[in-house]
Design a protein around this ligand. Sequence first.
Ligand code: 5MM
Length: 340
Amino acid sequence: MEDNLKETARAMVTPGKGILAADESTGNIEKKFAKLGVPSTEETRRQYRELLFTTPGLGMHISGVILYDETFHQSTSGGKSFLKLLTEEGVLPGIKVDEGTTGFAGSEVEKTTKGLEGLPKRMPEYAKKGAKFAKWRAIYTIGDGFPSDRLIQQNAKDLAAYAKICQESGVVPIVEPEVLMDGNHSIDACKEATRRVLVAVFEELSNTDVSIEGMILKPNMVVPGEAHARKASPEEIADATLNLLKEVLPSNLPGIAFLSGGQSEIEATENLNAMAEVGPHPWKLTFSYGRALQSSTLKKWNGKKENVYEAQKAFYHRAKMNGLATLGKYKREMEQELLS
Ligand code: 5MM
């Protein structure tokens, strides 16, 4: 079991490839569709996910896909289950097992994550159906007195409990503690909050006997708040992020798959590239982007069958650019390739 976990974790962070986060819950994807005027039904959501997963060459730059429960059970219009399709492409199927966030201890700001109850029963079922990895996201807001020590402790305990449940079923946990970009805080404030969060998470993972070699960390990059007066350069972000990660993470962690957290598509690619460029690092670095892989694809598709080809081209391009970024080989001029 332990060997399988390690092997899967290593495959998830294969150099040149990364993870597609396509695990938007129904409410989340509905908002994204609504912005384009696309109705959100089980069928339109299925069509959109089919577009992503049938992109020619998907497996060249995508190692795994995180699915939402609804998608996990869906199939192509031709009747092939998405799980089978992905597996045939050499792409690992994963499942989001948290059930979203809920208010924490009466706070108007802080939220913790739901879904632990019942997880020991759900996890082996997902494993039996073919999930190779899972994902659980905890969120932290930066503000006056936030994130609180209490929230940091609670989320760390929940992330560790989830990770242990995954590994007991032979499923690799993606542990996602996300310090949100919301607000006008500085890059230093993000670094300090991320430090407190990661220290607590790794302490609990160790207390819970989670195999570090059989998991993947999905953290935020260290960036200023989206409303901060000054944007940081990719070099500043790489420097702040790597300094912190080297200080607090164990070197036997196989890989780090960053979330994009509201960065633009190109920022997310440039920032990852800036980190990979100054490697080698103790762990593999890659992406597990949602918005930064899908935004232009979703716009190109716009709910129309005749746009599928152009939308897939846009998606393949983003996956390829980020795949190159994991190797430190991305250059801004390469964005032109999409136009050729
Ligand atoms: C795809 O978005 C996921 C959250 O969905 P819900 O809010 O509907 O649960 C999210 O966890 C995602 O996997 C990561 O945050 C990465 O996405 P971004 O867009 O930040 O790269």
